[in-house]
Ligand binder design. Structure first.
Ligand code: GDP
Ligand code: MN
Length: 383
């Protein structure tokens, strides 16, 4: 889950990282009241799940109420890269002496956390990586050991930050590491990380991606979830607790297990089709899950056929078959369905499906055959 900037700052603040005082608001009047509270000059900042707001005109300084009124009016409702601004963050403006960049994310191939730090912040880090890769100091942190004070210090030296702020930067980066690990984030990024004229280091922006699998241990995350922007299909799937990602193709996909669902997308692509979605129904096979999954997919106007790809493991084939048949008795599905059922008790499962087969409910012996059949039913010519 990607957080809005102000939520990322809340996350940072809870780990002791210095951020500016601010308020998240939805109207111009609220913006003016917030500016009075935090004190002018203020920055009016669009809150959308996308970067580059500054360049798009979504970050403006206001030194008085007239300017705040003007900027809040312009920014609320503004479209930034397809995202409509519904919330602005009003924060007390900072004086900037220097702009740095800092982030932590997971380096899966190294099986370590990757920290990146640069004295060239405030611009897109991808640009720095291209034009001056040596300006980014990288550190790989063993998750068991954590980020020690010593490591952080040599990292800061390697990034050639202003030597006057070494202590402050080391302290902030160690807190950022904690906000990343203990805070259950997949990504934390501060750009710019600023130094004020008095030498304080401070997070001026926040980009945080939380690990959804950790939601159960953080009650406060409900509030973050409430501002997530999902398309209709994704919202319905989210409410039904299904792992779903909407795509643009015509073949609806249902599989049990994320790995199998991914492979199913690949196979559909391989035979010349276009998947309409990723959907993992998870373990278990109750009819309710299939009702929800089939309904979400069938409501998608792009979908022309549905490919159900099940590999029985702990969940047995006959349970899945019964789940699907019961679901189909409860709902009307307009697109034809192709089922591939394999794994534990596949024979028993297929025997249960057999009497129900028709033009609209077909079965195929292998994943490849089923993919071809689904592509054909979607109006394509399978390879
Ligand atoms: P982004 O464009 O979406 O990354 O938004 P940022 O929060 O990073 O803001 C963009 C730029 O606006 C920053 O790089 C700063 O140069 C400027 N900016 C943001 N807040 C302040 C502030 O409090 N004071 C000053 N002087 N500039 C700011
Ligand atoms: Mn930024």
């Amino acid at each position: 889950m990607d957080l809005l900037e102000y939520q990322g700052k809340q996350h940072f603040a809870s780990f002791g990282i210095p951020v500016s005082d601010g308020r998240a608001v939805r109207t111009v009047d609220e913006a003016l009241a917030a500016a009075e509270e935090v004190g002018y000059p203020v920055v009016v900042k669009a809150q959308v799940h996308v970067g580059g707001r500054g360049k798009a005109g979504g970050v403006k300084l206001a030194s008085n109420a007239d300017e705040c009124n003007e900027h809040a009016s312009n920014i609320l409702g503004m479209d930034i890269k397809g995202h409509t601004v519904e919330i602005v963050w009003i924060e007390h403006a900072s004086d900037i002496a220097e702009e740095y960049y800092a982030s932590f994310t997971l380096d899966r191939s190294a099986k370590k956390h990757l920290g990146m730090l640069s004295a060239q912040g405030g611009v897109e880090i991808e640009t720095v990586a291209e034009s001056d890769p040596d300006a980014i100091a990288k550190i790989w942190v063993d998750p068991v050991d954590g980020l020690t004070e010593e490591q952080a210090r040599s990292w800061v030296l390697a990034a050639k930050l202003n030597p006057d702020v070494t202590d402050g930067a080391v302290a902030l980066l160690r807190k950022l590491y904690t906000a990343y690990t203990e805070g259950d984030a997949d990504l934390v990024e501060i750009n710019p990380l600023i130094v004020t004229p008095s030498g304080a280091v401070h997070a001026l922006d926040a980009k945080v991606t939380l690990d959804n699998n950790a939601t159960y241990r953080h009650e406060g995350w409900d509030e973050f979830d409430a501002t997530q922007v999902r398309d209709e299909r994704e919202q319905a799937a989210h409410d039904a607790d299904l792992q779903y990602v909407g795509l643009d193709g015509s073949v609806g996909i249902i599989a049990n297990g994320a790995g199998l669902a991914m492979s199913t997308l690949d196979v559909v692509n391989q035979v010349g089709g276009e998947p309409a979605n990723f959907l993992d129904v998870g373990g278990g096979a109750d009819a309710d899950k299939f009702v929800q999954a089939l309904t979400i997919i069938d409501n998608d106007p792009r979908v022309r056929s549905i490919f159900i790809n099940i590999f029985g493991g702990i969940t047995r084939g006959e349970e899945v078959a019964n789940g699907i048949i019961t679901a189909l008795e409860r709902i009307d599905i307009s697109s034809p369905i192709v089922i591939r059922l394999d794994g534990t008790n596949a024979e028993e499962g297929r025997a249960i499906l057999e009497p129900h087969l028709s033009d609209n409910l077909q079965m195929a012996p292998t994943m490849l055959d089923a993919a071809r059949k689904a592509v054909e039913l979607a109006g394509g010519t399978p390879r």
